[in-house]
Design a binder for this molecule. Structure first.
Ligand SMILES: [Zn+2]
Length: 415
């Protein structure tokens, strides 16, 4: 077993970060959406600067770049990515608890009495005999994504004190507001990183890594109706809500989130608001194949064209936008990246579990922008919930993974 990352050290680092509440605020258009994200960024910058080997830059928008110069410049330049914010579903000011030597059965969360039970979460059985960090029940834990920050910080700290460990240029980039539209990654100067590949740590249980995710876009449709008094409405009233309803009814019935899985795409009717005079309809569009994703946008355009010819072009306005893309294309062009992720897991005694992600992460914006960026496990479960938990050994292994991938990159297994 490789123990370059010390379990107690990484736990302390992680728990320190969980004391800063970095809940994203979707209603705030600024970057970062909450000030504490900058506070966490500054804390990490101070910690790594104090090693004397890491250059830190914290921008006003909280995008933070921590750079460790290469001691072997011919090796690939690698960027670790982690996000600063936590999901707005709950706050993130929990008192974390450490369950020592878990022996099975329910874990009680002390502040609320809520339980994490093996019946509801069978994956707990994989962690018998291990220490597990949970919330106190009052909020989420924030392992998504503070566990990633801790893993990257400890991996970099190891490199700064181990001159024999060969590496190319290593950067840790902290990004704000991933949870509310991947806003930080969208504001990032990706070419400016000047790197060979990236690693996000923003997923799931030990061994899991993302080999593809889907294309995501959104549509906002505005309908303008004509009001009239109901006693003389015949032939005059045009109901904007019913125009919106026509769009909903024209969408393929079987292609909804609740009826699809695996690599199936969908239209998601997310929000309908308004009255007779004016209504807006928000849709989310998802598909794994670029062609099918484009076809979905064309399908919607055709539905709108038909309604426009009935109600007037100026009375129905469609705004389509792309949110992020599938990382598969970028990762397939550089097959050594996924190969080195798998090899690193095998070297550490971890079973690789490739995942197709029905969602997006910072890499879904960064990869199409030119830097292929894989997503590997932090070891945490039940993201965005008060039952979020992370086994200590999984967290430690996520740090080991970074070191192992860096080491393999010198042997030609990575880019
Ligand atoms: Zn995350």
């Amino acid at each position: 077993m490789k123990t370059r990352i010390d379990a107690e050290q990484i736990v302390n680092t992680f728990l320190g970060y969980t004391t800063i509440n970095t809940t994203a605020e979707p209603g705030n258009p600024h970057l970062p959406s909450s000030d504490n994200q900058r506070q966490l960024a500054q804390r990490v910058a101070d910690e790594l600067s104090s090693t004397g080997s890491v250059k830190a830059q914290v921008a006003d928008n909280a995008i933070t770049t921590l750079s460790l110069a290469a001691n072997c410049p011919e090796m690939p330049a690698i960027v670790f990515f982690a996000h600063l914010d936590t999901a707005p579903d709950h706050t993130s000011d929990t008192q974390a608890q450490r369950v020592k030597n878990y022996q099975g059965g329910d874990i009680v969360l002390p502040a609320t009495g809520e339980v994490i039970s093996p019946a509801a979460f069978p994956e707990l059985q994989h962690y018998l005999g291990q220490d597990i960090i949970t919330t106190d029940g009052s909020s989420l834990l924030g392992a998504d994504d503070k566990a990633a920050i801790a893993a990257a910080v400890e991996a970099i700290r190891y490199m700064t004190v181990t001159p024999d460990f060969k590496h190319g240029e290593i950067k840790l980039v902290l990004l704000p507001d991933e949870e509310i539209g991947i806003r930080g990654a969208k504001a990032l100067d990706v070419p400016g990183l000047n790197a060979d590949f990236g690693i996000c740590l923003d997923c799931c249980g030990v061994g899991e890594y993302v080999i593809e995710n889907w294309y995501a876009g959104s549509a906002k449709i505005t309908f303008k109706g004509v009001t009239a008094h109901p006693m003389s409405a015949k032939g005059k009233l045009v109901n904007a809500l019913l125009m919106a309803n026509d769009v909903i009814n024209a969408l393929p019935v079987a292609e909804r989130p609740e009826l699809t899985e695996g690599r199936e795409g969908y239209f998601w009717v997310q929000k309908l608001a308004g009255d007779t005079a004016c209504a807006t309809l928000d849709l989310a569009i998802r598909d794994f194949e670029s062609d099918s994703y484009q076809n979905r946008k064309s399908t919607l355009q055709t539905i709108i064209d038909r309604l426009q010819s009935r109600f007037g072009r100026e009375n129905i306005i469609l705004e389509l936008s792309d949110t992020y893309g599938n990382v598969k294309e970028g990762l397939d062009k550089n097959p050594v990246i996924l190969a080195s992720v798998q090899q690193a897991m095998l070297n550490l005694g971890i079973t690789p579990k490739p995942l197709i992600m029905r969602g997006g992460y910072d890499g879904s914006v960064i990869t199409p922008a030119g830097l292929p960026t894989v997503n590997i496990f932090t070891g945490a479960h039940n993201f965005h919930s008060t039952t979020e938990f992370i086994p200590v050994e999984s967290l430690r292994l996520s740090g080991e993974m970074l070191l192992e991938i860096v080491e393999l990159s010198g042997k030609g297994t990575a880019a």
